[in-house]
Design a protein around this ligand. Structure first.
Ligand SMILES: CC(C)(COP(=O)(O)OP(=O)(O)OC[C@H]1O[C@@H](n2cnc3c(N)ncnc32)[C@H](O)[C@@H]1OP(=O)(O)O)[C@@H](O)C(=O)NCCC(=O)NCCS
Length: 140
């Protein structure tokens, strides 16, 4: 919508990030079935611009769970509603932590990996988790 864009019609990156966080948090909440908070958002590169009037599609999946944290991946696509052409405009990985009623991190259910894609996403997310925690000096 016009309020999401600059005067040249390019949608703000922050508008897209907000949607990414919202969608990913819903996936995390549905897995944990409890309140969740965003612990971290990995870098997000914008491969191509999104314009006013484009239709945005956010496809999110839960990739990995540890004790209380979950990695959610979100792929953002923009569709030109006139031509129907779809562009992959960005991908982002976010970590959410489930909280109990006292606001403390609480265990999340495990995942059953069935498809090759799910197994690939899990192994890639495990590597990202190590890098992420290493960067902030946390023990695994
Ligand atoms: C996320 C938060 C609950 C973690 O609290 P904490 O005291 O570090 O808790 P713990 O040490 O028990 O760690 C809990 C989990 O968070 C993970 N974690 C903590 N900081 C993290 C970070 N920066 N990136 C990724 N994961 C992180 C830990 O690895 C751990 O995962 P695991 O249990 O699956 O192994 C706390 O930092 C917080 O409340 N942050 C603010 C969240 C928020 O308000 N977000 C909205 C935007 S402001």
């Amino acid at each position: 919508m016009p309020m999401d864009a600059n005067v040249a019609g390019n949608v703000f990156g922050g508008t897209i990030l907000r949607l990414v966080d919202e969608v990913a948090s819903i996936v995390a909440f549905k897995h944990a079935r409890s309140n969740v908070v965003t612990a971290s958002i990995d870098r997000m590169d914008f491969f191509s611009p999104v314009y006013i009037g484009d239709l945005l599609r956010l496809i999110a999946s839960i990739n990995y769970v540890h004790k209380t944290s979950m990695e959610i991946g979100v792929r953002v696509e923009a569709e030109d509603p006139v031509t129907g052409s779809v562009r992959h405009t960005g991908t982002c990985f976010l970590t959410y932590v489930a909280l109990d009623k006292k606001g403390k991190p609480s265990p999340v259910p495990g995942m059953r990996l069935e498809t090759d894609d799910e197994k690939r996403r899990w192994s890639e997310a495990e590597i990202r988790r190590k890098i992420r925690l290493d960067q902030i000096g946390r023990r695994l």
